[in-house]
Design a protein. Structure first.
Length: 255
């Protein structure tokens, strides 16, 4: 505002001071709004489970085992639930996250490939994980970087999968496995698992991926089927030989 002093004269300095004051107030408001450090989003963590002692943990496991929103392997099985939660805790995961990402496959605790990467990414020394796929060679590669270490690169391709009898594998029921429906993804999981375990053995503690252990389980099933079919074939051969009169003769010929 323009103001006059008691002497009745209008002074320009008064007007300039008023304008600068108004601009200064606007700048302070602007800076306060835009330069104010943003508050991080805080999650509302709600937990009704107490795993501080075995008694409480067992009660929680029994309650969880009755739920339908958990993997079928854990339904009605509180013992496996406790084991999975403990293994997940060793990797830095919370109880319910462990149940979604830790599986007991072939009597061995395993972790899904995506969760394995998440566990390593949460580690302070983790730098980067670079994954590529060469469609011509049908090869997946994974390079993992960690502070204070040289990068580690591991690859897995079609030839390696064929040598391991994985490529084009079907289940014991005749259904196509992921190696048939999504081979690129399976190659990626193999390369990732090897690279992460070699670079972060202290974090993963030797835990394999679920995808890898399921292949081991299917091999055992296939071997059991082959052994059973071989035994049945030998029995059939023996019966056919016993019924051949030229080899064993008949009871009448013996008498």
């Amino acid at each position: 505002m323009l103001e006059s002093r008691f002497d009745g004269q209008l002074h320009v300095s008064d007007m300039s001071q008023a304008v600068h004051s108004k601009i200064g107030d606007e700048l302070r408001i602007h800076n306060q709004f835009w330069r104010e450090p943003k508050k991080e989003h805080q999650k509302n963590e709600i937990s009704f489970m107490d795993f501080s002692n075995f008694e409480n943990a067992w009660k929680c496991a029994e309650m969880i085992s009755k739920a339908r929103c958990i993997p079928k392997e854990f339904q009605g099985n509180p013992s496996d639930i406790l084991v999975a939660i403990q293994f997940g805790n060793d990797l830095g995961m919370k109880p319910m996250t462990s149940l979604q990402n830790i599986m007991i496959v072939n009597n061995k605790p395993s972790i899904y490939g995506d969760a394995m990467l998440a566990v390593c990414m949460a580690f302070p020394d983790f730098i980067d994980c670079i994954e590529t796929y060469d469609s011509e060679k049908q090869e997946a590669s994974c390079t993992v970087k960690r502070k204070g270490r040289e990068p580690v690169t591991r690859a897995f391709n079609k030839k390696m999968a064929e040598a391991a009898k994985l490529w084009g594998k079907v289940s014991s029921t005749g259904m196509p496995s992921p190696w048939v429906t999504n081979p690129e993804r399976m190659l990626q999981f193999r390369a990732r698992g090897f690279a992460l375990r070699d670079m972060f053995p202290d974090v993963l503690k030797g835990m394999p991926t679920v995808e890898e252990m399921r292949d081991v389980e299917s091999f055992k099933e296939q071997k059991s089927i082959e052994e059973k079919s071989t035994a049945e074939s030998m029995k059939d051969r023996l019966k056919s030989k016993q019924s051949d009169p030229l080899l064993f003769g008949t009871k009448k010929d013996v008498l």
